[in-house]
Design a protein. Structure first.
Length: 566
C-alpha cells in the first residue's frame, strides 16, 4: 500500500484557527485540511443546524415542480412516484410518496424490476402509468438522460418531474421540471446531494409553500441519512447537516421499517458506519434478490409488527445475496486467473448466468483483490449488463464515455457506474476500455493508497483529542475518519493473533517511553513478523475506543504497518 501524507496547510491559517478555537495546532490542522479555516466555519462544522440548509427554491425548476404537483392535487390527478431499485431510489420513493400521502391520497409508487426493466425510467413503467390513468410521474434518482422515455410519456399526456443527481447529457428531457444541481444552468449552492436528498428538497419546497417549517419535516431525515450513507456522496455541506440530524432520528424515533432492521443490534447509538454496513445492504437486498417494491413497503410501513414481517423477508433476501456474491466472486477470480488477465490495467469479466443483482458487489470484491477499474458483466435479456467500480482518483464514468460508441446505455458517477451493450460489441468494448484506461490512468493509482492526515506522537493521543475527533462525525467522503501515522513504535513483547482463522493482529504498543496503547489490525495477521522481538515499526491508524467489561479505553485501529526501511 502507498502511504500518502497530506500536505501541511498554510501555517498561518492553522495558528489563527488554533488561537480562535483555543485548540492545539494539530487539531486546527485537521480542520484546515477539511476547508474549515475560520471560527464561524468551525462553529457550523461542530454545531450543524437545520438553518444551514439552503432555500430549496434556489434549485432550477423547483417552482415549476411545486406548481405542477399542487395543480395535480387541485385537479385530483393520480400521481405516480417512480424511483430506482437501490437504497437511494427506494428511500427517495418512500420519502416523497409518504409525504404526499400525508395530505393527498391518490399517490402510488413504482420501482422498475431490475431484471425485466433495468435501471431508470422504463417504457413498461410509463405504460403502467398510462393504463392506470396516472397523469404525473415524479422520477427520483433517475431520469436525467431519459429523453426518449419522457417524450414517449408526453405522447400519452403524462407529465414528468425529474429529481436526479447524476450528470446530465448534452440535452435534458422535455419534462415539466428537471431538478438536478449538476445542470450547467442550475446555480443551487450545493451540487452533491443524493437522489433522496433531491427528493427532500422537493418536499421542503412543497412544505414551504404550505407554511410548514423544516422542523415539520425532520421525521423524514432517517431516510435521507440512510441514502447519503449508502450512495457514498461527499459528507460535506447539506449532506453533512442532513446526515447529522438523520442519525438523530434513527437513534431516537426512526420509522418502523428502519427500527425493524436495527431491532436486533445490541448497540445503543448507531453511527454512519452502522447505516452503511447494516441498514443499507438489507434495503438493497430487496431489489437485488426479489424486487425493490419490498424495500419501499418496509420503509413506508407505519405498523411495527408488519414492518418486522417485511424485515424478516428482507433479511432472508440479504442472506441469499451473501451466498450469491460469495459464489460469483469465486467464479470471477477463477476466470481472471484462467484467462491470465492479471497484468492489464483493467479487470473485465463476463458470465451469462451471473445474478444481475450482485454484480456490483462482485465488482467491488474484485477491485479489492486486484485494484483495477473493474467491470462485471452478465446477460440481461438480449443484451449484456455490467456494473463498474473504480480505484481512488480515476473517473470510470469518463472512461465509459470515451467508449460510448460500443455502448447502448450508461450512467453513474466517478467511482461507480452501470452500462448495457449488445453481446456482439463486448469484445470490442473490452479492448477499447483497456486502451482508454491504460492511456489515461496514472500507474500510481493502481496501488491502494492510505491517505494520512497527520503524523503525531503518542503523547498527543488523549481522551480530549478523541472527544474532539468524535465531533467530526458523521464521517464520509471529503470528511473521512482521520488517519494518523506514528514512527518508531514497538510492541511491548506479547503480540497475538486473533480470530477463528488467526487473521487479526492484537498488539500493545509504545513509542519511546510513552504510555502503552492497545492496537488491533483486522486482517493483518500476516504482518506478525514485522512486530516480534520489539522491532521498531511505523503504523498508520485511526484512534478508536474499546469497551471491555464496562471499561472504555483508547485503542488504535491499525490500517497498515511497515518496517522503518520500507
Amino acid at each position: 500500500m502507498r502511504w500518502k501524507v497530506k500536505s501541511k496547510p498554510d501555517p498561518q491559517k492553522v495558528t489563527e484557527l488554533a488561537n480562535a478555537l483555543n485548540v492545539e495546532d494539530y487539531v486546527a490542522t485537521l480542520l484546515v485540511q477539511r476547508g474549515i479555516e475560520t471560527f464561524d466555519a468551525a462553529k457550523d462544522f461542530f454545531r450543524p443546524s437545520l438553518d444551514h440548509l439552503h432555500d430549496p427554491y434556489l434549485m432550477k425548476d423547483m417552482d415549476k415542480a411545486v406548481s405542477r404537483i399542487e395543480l395535480a392535487i387541485v385537479k385530483q390527478e393520480k400521481i405516480l412516484v417512480f424511483g430506482d431499485y437501490d437504497v437511494d431510489g427506494t428511500t427517495a420513493v418512500s420519502l416523497v410518496s409518504s409525504y404526499l400521502k400525508s395530505y393527498y391520497s391518490d399517490v402510488a409508487t413504482y420501482i422498475p424490476d431490475r431484471y425485466d426493466e433495468g435501471y431508470g425510467i422504463s417504457f413498461k413503467g410509463i405504460d403502467y402509468a398510462d393504463d392506470n390513468d396516472f397523469s404525473l410521474i415524479i422520477a427520483l434518482d433517475c431520469g436525467i438522460k431519459s429523453i426518449d422515455h419522457v417524450a414517449y410519456a408526453k405522447e400519452r399526456n403524462i407529465d414528468f418531474i425529474i429529481c436526479d443527481h447524476h450528470r446530465p447529457g448534452e440535452f435534458l428531457p422535455d419534462a415539466v421540471a428537471v431538478l438536478d444541481p449538476k445542470r450547467d444552468d442550475c446555480n443551487y449552492p450545493y451540487d452533491e446531494l443524493c437522489g433522496c436528498g433531491i427528493g427532500f428538497k422537493l418536499i421542503q419546497a412543497i412544505g414551504k409553500n404550505r407554511n410548514q417549517t423544516i422542523e415539520d419535516l425532520t421525521e423524514y431525515l432517517d431516510l435521507v441519512a440512510t441514502a447519503i450513507a449508502a450512495d457514498i456522496v461527499p459528507m460535506t455541506g447539506e449532506n453533512r447537516v442532513l446526515a447529522y440530524f438523520g442519525l438523530q432520528v434513527i437513534n431516537s424515533n426512526p420509522r418502523p421499517g428502519i427500527k425493524a432492521l436495527t431491532y436486533q443490534i445490541k448497540k445503543q447509538v448507531l453511527d454512519i458506519t452502522d447505516v452503511v454496513f447494516i441498514i443499507a445492504p438489507r434495503i438493497n437486498a430487496a431489489g437485488r434478490i426479489k424486487h425493490g417494491n419490498h424495500a419501499v413497503e418496509l420503509l413506508s410501513e407505519f405498523d411495527f409488527e408488519q414492518a418486522q414481517q417485511f424485515a424478516l423477508e428482507i433479511e432472508k433476501n440479504n442472506t441469499d445475496r451473501k451466498e450469491l456474491d460469495k459464489q460469483i466472486t469465486i467464479e470471477a477470480l477463477s476466470q481472471i486467473k484462467q484467462n491470465n488477465e492479471i497484468e492489464g490495467f483493467t479487470t473485465v469479466v463476463y458470465q451469462e448466468n451471473w445474478h444481475k443483482g450482485v454484480i456490483g458487489i462482485v465488482a467491488s470484491r474484485l477491485m479489492e483483490t486486484y485494484y483495477r477499474p473493474t467491470l462485471v458483466f452478465t446477460k440481461s435479456g438480449d443484451k449484456l449488463a455490467a456494473s463498474a467500480r473504480s480505484v481512488k482518483g480515476f473517473d470510470v464514468y469518463n472512461a465509459l464515455e470515451a467508449c460510448a460508441e460500443h455502448l447502448e446505455q450508461f450512467g453513474g458517477h466517478m467511482y461507480a457506474a452501470g452500462l448495457t451493450l449488445k453481446a456482439e460489441n463486448y469484445a470490442a468494448f473490452k479492448q477499447a476500455f483497456e486502451k482508454v484506461v491504460s492511456e489515461t490512468i496514472d500507474p500510481e493509482l493502481l496501488l491502494p493508497e492510505i491517505s494520512i492526515d497527520l503524523e503525531i506522537d503518542f503523547p498527543q493521543i488523549t481522551p480530549k483529542f478523541l472527544r474532539i475527533i468524535n465531533q467530526f462525525e458523521p464521517f464520509g467522503p471529503l470528511n473521512m475518519t482521520p488517519i494518523f501515522m506514528s514512527k518508531n513504535i514497538y510492541d511491548t513483547g506479547f503480540p497475538k493473533l486473533m480470530g477463528a482463522d488467526q487473521s487479526h493482529l492484537k498488539l500493545f504498543v509504545k513509542q519511546n517511553n510513552s504510555q502503552g496503547i492497545a492496537a488491533i489490525g483486522f486482517g493483518m495477521g500476516n504482518k506478525l513478523n514485522l512486530v516480534t522481538n520489539k522491532k521498531p515499526f511505523d503504523a498508520a491508524y485511526c484512534i478508536d475506543e474499546n469497551e471491555w467489561n464496562g471499561t472504555v479505553s483508547i485503542q488504535l485501529r491499525l490500517r497498515d504497518i511497515k518496517n522503518n526501511e520500507s
